[in-house]
Design a binder for this molecule. Structure first.
Ligand code: PEP
Length: 251
């Protein structure tokens, strides 16, 4: 099964206005002709403008979160249909920062995955262990618990949704997981998906995230079960991000 590499840039709480428009344009130019699929996840304030600018290009747009109701009295929230209408085709869900700072749980992440799929918005669902959990030997236990919360939903459309393995201790810290550490967990995640369905396991793209940069991307992306990257800090620089995109092996 050949899975197309996917490189997604998570801009987090950055580049929410004119800077975001500039960055998106620069990313599209710098990644033109890339073999890998390219996605950027800007803040909501600039998402529609960027989606409009990128229309017809190879770069897709993702939301960084959604609220799992279509509409109603939920002040401050944004729904899956709204993201779709704004031009997003993707949404990052269950990022560790949302779990850590905004009280997201396995159950709420599952609800969001359901809402995304119902709206035809492709979920990039994040899982990953903290340093304390890794040191306690609980890496797989934690990842499987988080994955199991939504894997049956992904199985309803095998290959549509994406899983991102992001060890929390490697996010924004400069501490990247070694190729071996990452591949070991990715292989275990794929095996866990196989218990749900063989088709789900073979078609699901599993991204690695955690301090991915131009100089470590090729090694990580060369691993058998790593199908792309979710990039935070390094996605704010178009040239650096493009170098990661270009590090993906040909498929
Ligand atoms: C992320 O936020 O998803 C991430 C992986 O961040 P960074 O690349 O900065 O570690």
């Amino acid at each position: 099964m050949t899975r197309k590499y996917l490189i997604a840039g998570n801009w987090k709480l950055n580049a929410g206005g004119a800077k975001g428009i500039e960055l998106a344009t620069a990313v599209a130019a710098a990644t033109k002709g890339a073999q890998a699929e390219v996605v950027v996840a800007p803040p909501f304030t600039v998402l529609a403008a960027i989606a409009n600018d990128l229309e017809g290009t190879h770069v897709g747009v993702a939301g960084q979160n959604l609220y799992p109701k279509d509409s109603g009295a939920f002040t401050g929230e944004i729904s899956a249909p709204m993201l779709l209408e704004a031009g997003a085709k993707w949404v990052i869900l269950g990022h560790s920062e949302r779990r850590q700072y905004f009280g997201e749980t396995d159950a709420s992440v599952k609800d969001k995955v359901v809402a995304a799929l119902a709206a035809n918005l492709c979920p990039i669902a994040c899982i990953g262990e903290t340093l304390a959990e890794r040191e306690a030997g609980k890496t797989l236990e934690v990842c499987f618990r988080q994955l199991d919360a939504f894997s049956a939903e992904l199985a309803k459309r095998p290959g549509y949704g994406v899983v991102a393995y992001e060890p929390v201790w490697a996010i924004g810290t400069g501490k990247v997981a070694t190729q071996e550490q990452a591949q070991e967990v990715h292989a275990a995640i794929r095996q866990r998906l196989a218990a749900v369905s063989a088709e789900l396991a073979s078609k699901t793209r599993i991204l690695y995230g955690g301090s991915v940069k131009a100089d470590n991307a090729a090694g990580l992306l060369g691993s058998a079960d790593i199908d792309g990257a979710l990039v935070g800090g390094a996605s704010l620089d178009a040239a650096g991000f493009a170098a990661i995109v270009k590090a993906a092996p040909a498929t």
